[in-house]
Write a protein that binds this ligand. Structure first.
Ligand code: KG4
Ligand code: ZN
Length: 331
């Protein structure tokens, strides 16, 4: 069985083929046009998806060494994300499925992130605790089995990746800020400033990053331009540590309280080197198993959509042509 996956929920135009033997191709185009605006411009994203979607699908088929007639189904993201962006991928999937007379299925982007782990490791055992940390989402999810999820914590304001991007903007580092802060922080001292670690009392599994963001802003306001330059790496490292320490702490509390031995991390922020190291070290110390996807499967990709689609279609779960984009789709 060969399944074509399509992902266009934000600013990555991506297509991949997942087959019975594993991943056959994985093409991702990250749209560069947004960089000069310091964030994703929805209208430009939709237009780029229209321009790129067919060439990207063709390339994914060529890389997989398959023709369209050798496909058995199509999987496509239908939410959450930007409505105009989702529409391009979803309508392309519908048109292809109709023309080729194939079954197809709409996939929740977050579900894709959770299961992206199986593209790197075959063995994370269910149930597991999943921490999803991306530009749009920060959630702690109890994954009981495929299709059965319980959200146990979420951000009350910014997503983790959004906080990285906004602090990078304050430091004039460019967009997307996560990878730039990661690199800069490697040369800095994480104990340079003690930024606040937010612990939320009502639900200890919820997150909040707006206080941290404001603390960085006020700290920077007190500095002269040459000091910002001089201490940029230290401030980046201190911010990164404050944010990641909270992610790690809450994830381990959730796993321990539920007596779960397996933790899975997903989403763009899971590429962060400090986060990867800290989770690994802590897991070794506490005898838990931590699984973090290869970096290419952390940020948005269609391989994770194809993987979930493969397993849904295998269980006979299909969509019909009335399915519409759901920008606010929940898990
Ligand atoms: O999962 P993703 O590609 O898109 C969403 O579904 O939102 O995540 C993108 C986010 C951006 O905010 C980006 O700054 C962040 O992931 N990111 C990182 C790193 N690489 C990407 N954040 C911290 N450290 C990184 N190395
Ligand atoms: Zn994503």
């Amino acid at each position: 069985m060969n399944i074509l996956g399509i992902e266009t929920s934000c600013d990555e135009t991506a297509a991949a083929v997942y087959g019975s033997v594993g991943l056959l191709s994985n093409i991702i185009n990250s749209q560069n046009i947004h960089h000069k605006y310091g964030g994703v411009v929805p209208e430009l994203a939709s237009r780029e998806h229209i321009r790129l979607i067919l060439p990207i699908i063709k390339k994914s088929m060529a890389d997989a060494n398959l023709t369209l007639n050798q496909l058995h189904g199509i999987a496509v993201t239908y939410g959450p994300g930007l409505v105009g962006s989702i529409l391009v991928g979803l309508n392309t999937a519908k048109a292809l499925a109709y023309a080729l007379n194939l079954p197809w299925v709409g996939i929740n982007h977050i579900e894709g992130h959770i299961f992206s782990i199986y593209l790197t490791y075959p063995n994370p055992k269910l149930p597991f605790i999943s921490l999803i940390v991306s530009g749009g989402h920060t959630q702690l999810v109890y994954v009981e089995q495929f299709g059965h999820y319980k959200i146990i914590g979420r951000t009350l304001d910014d997503a983790a990746g959004e906080a990285f991007d906004k602090v990078a903007k304050m430091l004039d580092l460019g967009y997307p800020g996560g990878p730039i802060i990661d690199k800069l922080a490697a040369q800095g001292n994480k104990n340079f400033v003690q930024f606040p670690r937010s612990i939320i009392k009502e639900n200890k599994y919820n997150f909040s990053f707006s206080g941290l963001k404001t603390a960085v802003l006020y700290y920077l306001k007190r500095l002269a331009d040459h000091e910002r330059e001089k201490y940029g790496a230290d401030i980046a490292a201190s911010f990164q540590a404050a944010l990641v320490d909270v992610l790690v702490e809450k994830t381990f509390i959730a796993a321990k309280n539920r007596k779960i031995k397996h933790i899975v991390i997903a989403g763009g922020v899971a590429r962060n080197s400090y986060l990867r190291n800290l989770f690994q070290r802590r897991a070794e110390n506490e005898g838990l198993h931590i699984y973090i996807p290869d970096p290419i499967f952390c940020t948005d990709n269609a391989a994770m959509i194809a993987w979930v689609g493969f397993h849904k279609l295998q269980h006979g779960i299909k969509s019909d042509y009335s399915l519409a984009p759901e920008p606010g789709l929940k898990l």
